[in-house]
Design a binder for this molecule. Structure first.
Ligand code: NDP
Ligand code: 2IT
Length: 446
């Protein structure tokens, strides 16, 4: 990057956000992609769009006290960043994981701006979460935490203001408790969260949407390059919501998924992952992938979650967490014949890993585009709530499929227009940015 305006803004971002490497990583990637746009658009420089877009509209930090099953009072820290509402109300998930701090929420919120723009639906960017660890907690502890989290957050959200949803550690159970508490506090039934249960305003296919959407996007990318999922070997990291439904859809598109993981290790099944077993293990029993190997003769369990990238595959779908694929992992993938990495998780590849993908001419589906099916379907849930009706699974799935096809087309055409054909990362960043930048410029300096 040589553009002086961009270098100046990036230097300010680094100075203003010390100790937040994930956030700096996300901003740097976007800026590198945007250089040709900024060179062409002096009006964006005049409106100082970049310095404005990197600074959240507001960041909320709050105390989340709750009582554990032993009667002790525990205290966690809650976060919500309302990043940018130029094109619609704030929208983005809630992450519950002990690693959560402001830098994680900020990188996720920043990326959400562009992802939501790519969906073509009217949603701004936001993210929230807490350093609460749901692992090993009882249902009652989860409920008390979620209620306490909403006791503060409720005053900041609203169906036309900010609509949170799930992310790591937040699924239908947590959304249910949060929704119930919001309703109790306000006395209002309102679609203030997405990913709700089907009996109370949730959308069919929202549970499946991120994983299915990832496969729809990847199928488009493969098709544009003369390939498809059919007969291909696939490795998927993670075994949570996104990973599970990526597995199911990849299998239904004719691929063989041979490995999945959790933060402890991975299971390899040369016969192909038994999806029904894995779904029950993770969603009902809340177990570990290690148990899969014990119940499936011929499969093996290996400790260490990054070791999964040493499993030979054609297509890799990282669906766990950020910076999951580092340089050695990317090199192992390339050396074993992997030609496509498509991201279900947010920022799962380090910058050095992405360099390896490009150096090896691998197809690379960037998270902002490839995993946008989750939030897109959240947008469809908001739409159904507003209309006071619900669509069938098939209707939602068809709309999701159409949205993912359009997202791929937008990334592809932006990459070509700006002289980087096949660089879907640049295409996603540019296409996502342009709409938000135009909206910010039109709305003046606010
Ligand atoms: P879940 O909580 O359902 O699953 C997370 C999975 O990732 C688990 O298998 C978890 O293992 C694994 N994991 C491995 N290492 C880590 C780590 N260091 N920190 C956290 N998790 C780890 O989350 P989701 O499936 O919903 O989310 C997965 C990724 O997809 C995230 O990056 C999320 O931001 C992204 N995403 C999610 C969307 C959604 O709709 N849910 C939409 C778009 C993106 P373990 O059980 O051992 O912790
Ligand atoms: O990263 C993401 O896009 C999500 N966790 C989903 C957000 C949403 O509002 O559905």
């Amino acid at each position: 990057m040589t553009n002086k305006y961009m270098l100046d803004v990036l230097a300010k971002v680094k100075a203003r956000n010390p100790g937040e490497p994930e956030f700096i990583q996300a901003v740097t990637e976007v800026f590198e992609s945007l250089e040709p746009v900024i060179e062409k658009r002096p009006d964006f420089v005049k409106a100082n769009i970049l310095e404005r877009i990197v600074e959240p509209d507001r960041q909320i930090i709050f105390r989340v006290p709750w009582v554990d099953d032993q009667g002790n009072i525990q205290v966690n820290r809650g976060f919500r960043i309302q990043y940018n509402d130029a094109i619609g109300p704030y929208k983005g998930g809630i992450r519950l994981h002990p690693s959560v701090y402001m830098g994680i929420i900020k990188f996720l919120g920043f990326e959400q701006i562009f992802k939501n723009s790519l969906t073509t639906l009217p949603m701004g960017g936001a993210k929230g979460g807490s350093d609460f660890d749901p692992k090993g907690k009882s249902d009652n502890e989860i409920m008390r935490f979620c209620q306490s989290f909403i006791n503060e957050l409720y005053r900041h959200i609203g169906k036309d203001i900010d609509v949170p949803a799930g992310d790591i550690g937040t699924g239908a159970r947590e959304i249910g408790y949060m929704f119930g508490q919001y309703k109790k506090l306000t006395g209002e039934w309102s679609g203030i969260l997405t990913g709700k249960g089907i009996p109370y305003g949730g959308s069919l296919a929202r549970t499946e949407a991120t994983g299915y959407g990832l496969c729809y996007f990847t199928e488009e990318m493969l098709k544009a390059n003369g390939k498809s999922f059919k007969g291909q070997t696939v490795v998927i990291s993670g075994s949570g919501n996104v990973a599970l439904y990526a597995c199911q859809k990849a299998q239904s598109l004719g691929a063989k998924v041979v490995a999945m993981s959790d933060s402890n290790g991975y299971v390899y099944d040369p016969n192909g992952i038994d999806f029904a077993y894995m779904k029950n293990l993770k969603e009902v029993r809340r177990g570990r992938v290690k148990e899969y190997a014990a119940d499936h003769p011929g499969s093996t369990y290996t400790e260490g979650y990054r070791n999964i990238w040493k499993v030979p595959c054609h297509i890799a779908l990282p669906c766990a967490t950020q910076n999951d694929i580092d340089k050695p992992s990317a090199e192992a993938l390339a050396a074993n014949g992997c030609y496509c990495v498509s991201e279900g998780a947010n920022m799962p590849s380090t910058p050095e890993a992405i360099e390896v993908y490009f150096a090896n001419k691998m197809l690379y589906g960037p998270a902002k585009a490839a995993n946008a099916g989750g939030v897109a379907t959240s947008g469809l849930e908001m739409c159904q709530n507003s209309m006071r009706l619900s669509w069938t699974f098939e209707e939602v799935d068809e709309k999701l499929h159409g949205i993912m096809k359009n997202i791929f087309a937008a990334c592809d055409s932006a990459s070509k227009e700006y002289g980087m054909p096949g660089n879907y990362m640049a295409g996603a960043n540019i296409a996502g940015f342009l709409k938000v930048a135009e909206a910010m410029k039109a709305q003046g300096c606010v």
